[in-house]
Design a protein. Sequence first.
Length: 462
Amino acid sequence: MVELRFTAVKSTGQSINGTLTADSVAEAKKKIKRLAEKNQLTIQNIEKKHSWLYKAKKGNEKPIRGEQKAFTKDEVENALSRLGYSVLSVNRKLFDFRVKPPQTEIVTFVKISAELLDQKLAYGEILTLLINDTQNKALKETLREINNDLKKGADSEATFLKYQSIFGKFTAYMLGLASKSGNMAEIYKATAKFLERRQEFKKNLRSALITPAVTLFVLFLAIMFYVGYIFPETALLFVKFKIDLPPMTAFTLKISNFIMGNKLLVGAAMLLPPIILWRFAKTKFGSMFFDKHLLKMPMIGNLIHKTLIEVFCRVFYTLYSGSAESIEPIRIASEAAGNSYFEERIKNVAIPLMIKKGIGITDAFEASGVFTDTALNRFHSGEETGTIKNTALQLANYYESETVYKLKNVIEMIQVFIAMIIMVVMILLTLVSAETATVSPKQPGVTQVLEFEQNYESILKC
């Protein structure tokens, strides 16, 4: 996120100042331009907030160094002067970017905040404690800036949303919303629970998919090395002496010749598809396509689908306060699920039906086509009895228990499947090697035999 400050003049000649944040400078300038056109303003100046490195000292004390965000160098110098410091130097930071903290650091921050809020500690004191104890530099600086903004009376929601590149969009929204709610501790607990579940699920998903994928890729490279380099050294020797090759050996040699004769083509066939798929997945249509078909994957798709519903229900339970205020919790919960297809179906099908036609939550969810029959039945019961909030929590807990248990079984099944593939590949390689070892010339002359043995020994020495 970037923060820009603009100076503009109204048609009456009055000068005004304003600040806004956006994901990029270009997007921020577009917002300023739209604002100027709407209110008939003439933009005079636009400044971006930068990080400044300063060196200052107070009296005879040892000089201190620090970093401060500001729009201009003068702002930093004036702020230091007001604190009684003599400014020695102020320079703009050349590489003004922040690496996102590890997810574990963010989870720890939210969990500790929730516990301290539960103990009735003031939020300003909590931030001060965490700023002093946090080791991650990016998170420490972010918390310090949030604390300064809140002390100045800034809107909590807008303040946290400025740092969604650090916390993530959903987390930043929830933490900003918590300050406005009547129960900060509850929202912080729910957010911590959500982050922990998402982190745990991603970790298990990596075990279920990424580790086997890496294993298969390494196995593939080993096979390519064997077929493309090791095997031809022996097989081509037989060809040189016009010895008939067995079927498997002959077929493997053809593959080897093709690979070695078309290295660029084979390399392109290996590298281009993943790159094309990765770029396609970055597009809006590609993201929708992959997220939709991710839910249909064998074994793992059903678990991912239920986990999305679990996250949706957990967030919905935290934000829902009554049927009259159901639209915004549904929208936020769909974004928190983290699946673009799931989010699109709820935003573009379920919510419009509720707003335009006034249908109930259950019918709207059913029309979206992204909820299981179990979830729809439970929502229907909750809607009829007026306990839809508790029903959402029950569904979240139910699907959490189910997915945690079943994911372990899926991981074990995938590991067995990968082990079987490795076993089959090793058997095939062993059969080809054994078949090659049985090859012998048909009634060779003495000279041919000696020449064959000499060449074979030279190959073994190499």
